[in-house]
Write a protein that binds this ligand. Structure first.
Ligand code: GDP
Length: 285
């Protein structure tokens, strides 16, 4: 897990470094969190890619709502963008990363073969905001545990290529970009899912926003997790929070209830969830 304090100078330097390294690869693996596929990306990456092929990797799919993951993949596909949902922690569907990269670079590989190169290698790198699973993916793809040192912007070190299969070479250091915080919703989604650990938001705001979201989108989960009935679920979110606090024994210590709710969501006590759905206009924004 990487903890980075972003400030403008830092961001500029990170962006320059990542842009420099993008030049060295044939394809970029853009890693996002499947529970917040849009909010956990940095929109600046697209311009930095400069037309370079990219595969969107929706990681932590084991924690995300499978129906919504399907919707997200369909949206990417409709936008002509190759995308894949994986669970790197359990090495689920990881082999498809190399397959997809080979597919996407078929023309380039064919051209190299025509020039007499027997087994043309694909060079790739993982890029994403902190904590989306870049290092986990890297380690799984190269089948060993690499201490990813220097895994922060501003710390330069010699790049190394790691073998991740017969024809896939990976840069040993993932590219780190910052979350975009374009609006408050984005921050709240990232905070609730734990995609970012510490935020400018306080737990009360995050929990209340989350409770409202689950009441609207996943009421059955709340019912089950906290033994709620129809009348409870008809309450205003604020009142339900008070009710839960009482029910779970926190009394008037609402801040403890807020923290408990956030932890329950993050630990998956309320099941698998996704905090945003694709909109036609931002599937490939
Ligand atoms: P990075 O900052 O992007 O390099 O993220 P890490 O690889 O350090 O992963 C951040 C956290 O997410 C770690 O605790 C990982 O164990 C966890 N993690 C990574 N991939 C997955 C996944 O697919 N599913 C789940 N549940 N956890 C994951």
């Amino acid at each position: 897990m990487t903890n980075i304090n972003w400030f403008p100078g830092h961001m500029q330097k990170a962006r320059r470094e990542v842009a420099e390294r993008i030049k060295q690869v044939d394809i970029v693996f853009e890693v996002v969190d499947a529970r917040v596929p849009e909010s956990s990306r940095n929109p600046m990456l697209l311009s930095m890619l400069n037309q370079k092929p990219r595969i969107a990797i929706l990681n932590k799919a084991d924690l995300a709502d499978p129906n919504r993951t399907k919707q997200w993949l369909a949206a990417y596909q409709a936008a002509g963008q190759s995308a894949l949902a994986i669970d790197a922690q359990h090495a689920n569907r990881l082999q498809q990363v190399a397959q997809l990269a080979t597919q996407q670079l078929a023309d380039k590989i064919a051209r190299k073969k025509a020039r007499g190169i027997k087994n043309p290698h694909i060079r790739a790198m993982c890029i994403g905001i902190p904590n989306v699973g870049k290092s986990t993916i890297l380690n799984r793809l190269v089948h060993k545990n690499i201490a990813v040192t220097g895994n922060r912007p501003g710390v330069t070190k010699n790049q190394q290529w790691l073998k991740a299969g017969d024809n896939l070479d990976l840069l040993d250091t993932p590219g780190i970009l910052w979350p975009k915080f374009e609006n408050q919703q984005v921050g709240l989604r990232l905070a609730l899912s734990g995609a970012i650990a510490d935020t400018v938001f306080n737990d009360d705001d995050v929990a209340l926003w989350g409770l409202e979201y689950f009441m609207r989108e996943y009421p059955a989960r709340l019912r089950k997790a906290y033994g709620l009935n129809d009348a409870d679920l008809a309450l205003a979110p604020n009142d339900l929070m008070v009710h839960l606090s009482d029910k779970l024994g926190f009394g008037e210590e609402y801040d403890r209830m807020a923290t408990r709710f956030i932890n329950d969501v993050r630990k998956g006590e309320l099941g698998r969830y996704t905090l945003e759905v694709p909109e036609a206009d931002h599937a490939d924004a």
